[in-house]
Ligand binder design. Structure first.
Ligand code: HPA
Length: 292
């Protein structure tokens, strides 16, 4: 680039920046469905079954949505699924983009930005996580009470577009108390006991060492995973209420004297999918009720 070349004018930036891209993608999606979901869902590794059970669903491959990050590794990164559950319209991101795949933070969080521009007011964000707390068993579902960002970066670094929200968003109530209460009540109705915990996000993709897990436990983490936190940060900046649910797919490194594998993570997710789907189905109408 020539040293004399000026940075883009404010008008050019407004036309081509992240906000405009998210807006364009949102309009593209909304033009393909009559649903106007106020609840978004992000499905974590091995937890995709919920999207299968939606009624009247429109499925849009990420690769077709303008501005969606293009996957370099797999040809099929995921789909946005718009459908109803218990009469409630939802917009589901089935398949997420991870920082460890080499996507920028802006790319990782773009799908949630799009949901925000589509008008969602609550985001149910799920993930597979390693259980650090000795109270968790493999397969447990845990409500995220708070998080610790150990990814070494933040999706809001860089120029802030005030149309998304504040430069310095508050994170005191990142995870909504009232949505956690709903989840606990629906869990009880379905015989699913839900613990609560603090989720620590690391970049991955290597799993942690036993010493890293001891360090994370000392620092207050109950769960560890490689996602969620960037998406929650941008959702909160946009004023979206968040419910976070982790599936403890494995006990964290060093708790059992056995290696952790991605296959184990996916298998556990699959093993709990009936319970997990029942919980999500129960929660959606209740969230829709409080958003009114
Ligand atoms: N560590 C990090 N991320 C994870 C784990 C883990 O043990 N299990 C599932 N995602």
């Amino acid at each position: 680039m020539s040293p004399l070349r000026k940075s883009p004018s404010p008008a050019a930036r407004a036309a081509g920046g992240p906000f405009a891209r998210a807006e364009r993608a949102a309009q593209f999606v909304l033009a393909r469905t009559r649903l106007r979901p106020r609840i978004g869902v992000v499905l974590g590794s091995g937890l995709g079954a919920f999207a299968e059970g939606l009624a009247g669903a429109a499925r849009i491959d990420y690769s077709r949505i303008p501005g969606f990050p293009v996957s370099t590794v797999e040809s099929h990164a995921g789909q946005m699924v718009l459908g109803t559950t218990g009469g409630v319209p939802v917009a589901v991101l089935s398949g997420r983009l991870h920082f460890y795949e080499g996507y920028s933070m802006e790319e990782v969080t773009f799908p949630v930005r799009v949901l925000g521009r589509m008008g969602i007011r609550a985001l149910v964000i799920t993930n597979a996580a390693g259980g650090i707390s000795p109270e968790y068993r493999q397969g447990a579902l845990v409500l995220i009470r708070d998080h610790i960002n150990f990814q070494g970066t933040n999706p809001l670094i860089g120029r802030n577009d005030e149309r998304f929200g504040l430069r310095f968003p508050d994170m005191t109530h990142a995870y909504s108390d009232r949505l956690r209460l709903i989840a606990r009540e629906e869990g009880a109705r379905h015989g699913i006991s839900l613990a609560e915990g603090v989720y620590a996000a690391v970049s991955g993709p290597s799993f942690e060492t036993p010493s890293e897990i001891r360090a994370l436990r000392t620092l207050g983490a109950d769960l560890v995973g490689m996602s969620t936190v960037p998406e929650v940060i941008v959702a909160r900046q946009m004023g979206i209420e968040v419910l976070g649910i982790s599936c403890v797919t494995n006990l964290a490194a060093g708790i059992l004297d056995q290696p952790i594998t991605h296959e184990e993570v996916l298998e556990t997710g699959w093993r709990v999918h009936t319970q997990f789907t029942a919980l999500l189905r129960g929660i959606m109408p209740r969230i829709a009720e409080v958003l009114k």
